[in-house]
Design a protein around this ligand. Structure first.
Ligand SMILES: *Cc1c(COP(=O)(O)O)cnc(C)c1O
Length: 379
């Protein structure tokens, strides 16, 4: 099977994890902070916090921005359900902003119009969660300008986009356009820690809060406690979680970071090769981007033929997939009143979408095979 995504683990990765296994600390040792520092430096961020998944990161991000009952959070319908669920964990209401059919990202113009109407009804969101779909950054200059204008906070779901760059060339996660940035290190993403994620932020107080929420709401900082019985003492100041990343995972992540630039270069080369090889077919290709991290390569075929083309690829043992079923059409979200027709661009995109294999060690011969089966299936 040629999967749609796959990790690439080197001898250096194995050595890094083995070193932790042979050390005194399997978790909460030195590997965590070393990974966090390396990640923050790479993204030109002040702080980075390793967490157990991107889902946990999104939950903590919403909590730290005080999202709660009665608040609204808006995200893209073209995302994994976790981008919306984080708001529900906090009791907030979720709504969506339709996508730009070209980039498949939250459309800044649709956002401007929806905000204008929401302001009239006094129903503005507290937080926006744009998602850098497939690794292509959203138009963050426009989205962050709108957020500032209306006093809304921004969490970037950059689960697909570690190492990507905004239009102005700066690195995703540097905090230029968002209070918080979330990464995922699930094995199908750009780099992996098996399960794992991270939160990037620039504000010291926000970072301290996230740190505390990651570990049960507990502090050992005497300045934050109202009494101290001795050197063993800690206080639980609020209700937190165990969303920590182990040292095994952090060591793997730090080792994988060394390969990030090479992984993205390889993904970009393969993506550009798909562009050339598929140019003659009656399908819509993704935007040819120099700034994307190229997590996914999604083509759009005629909706009436999608199931047949998908099945032909699967029959040839090619692990194509579909990203994403619009979140508002999931039964859980339909219960809130969402229905077919609410976000027509996301729905039309979904009807034709097929994700082709793309990962750092996909060979050109494997890619040629995918192209040949796809070409036959399109005839
Ligand atoms: C993968 C993914 C997540 C969830 O990541 P986990 O690390 O598996 O929790 C969230 N949002 C998007 C857009 C994703 O692709």
């Amino acid at each position: 099977m040629i999967p749609y995504g796959h990790q690439l683990i080197s001898a250096a990765d194995i050595a890094a994890v083995t070193e932790v296994l042979q050390s005194d600390w399997l978790t909460q040792g030195p590997a965590g902070p070393l990974f966090e520092r390396a990640l923050a430096d790479l993204c030109q961020s002040k702080h980075a916090l390793g967490v157990s998944s991107a889902t946990a990161a999104l939950h903590l991000a919403c909590l730290a921005l005080e999202v709660g009952q009665g608040d609204r959070v808006w995200t893209s319908p073209n995302t994994f359900v976790a981008s919306a669920n984080c708001a529900r964990y906090c009791g907030a209401e979720v709504d969506f902003v339709d996508i730009d059919p070209r980039t498949r990202n939250m459309c800044a113009q649709a956002l401007a119009e929806k905000l204008r109407l929401a302001a009239l009804k006094n129903a503005l969101p507290k937080v926006l969660i744009p998602v850098h779909f497939s690794g292509e950054p959203c138009d963050m200059a426009a989205i962050s300008a709108l957020a500032k204008q209306y006093g809304i906070k921004v969490i970037e779901d950059a689960s697909h986009a570690i190492g990507a760059r905004y239009k102005n060339g700066s690195t995703v996660g540097g905090g230029q356009y968002a209070e918080l940035t979330v990464f995922s290190f699930h094995p199908v993403k750009i780099i992996t820690t098996a399960e794992g994620g991270a939160l990037l932020c620039q504000d010291d107080a926000l970072f301290a809060r996230l740190n505390r929420l990651r570990s049960h709401g507990i502090t050992r900082d005497s300045g934050a406690m109202d009494q101290c019985d001795g050197p063993w003492y800690y206080q639980q100041l609020e209700l937190g979680f165990n969303y920590r990343l182990s040292d095994l995972q952090a060591a793997l992540g730090r080792s994988q970071l060394n390969e990030l630039a090479a992984f993205i270069q390889r993904r970009r080369d393969l993506a550009h090769r798909y562009h050339q090889l598929l140019a003659g077919l009656p399908i819509q290709l993704p935007v040819k981007s120099e700034h994307s991290a190229w997590h996914l390569y999604v083509i759009e075929v005629d909706a009436a033929q999608r199931a047949a083309i998908f099945s032909a690829l699967r029959a040839a043992d090619i692990g194509v997939n579909v990203h994403y079923i619009p979140v508002h059409l999931q039964p859980y979200y339909r219960e809130f009143g969402f229905k077919l027709g609410d976000f027509p661009n996301a729905e039309a995109y979904y009807a034709g979408a097929i994700t082709l294999p793309l990962y750092a060690n996909l060979s050109e011969a494997q890619q040629d095979f995918v192209v040949s089966i796809l070409t036959k299936a399109c005839q």
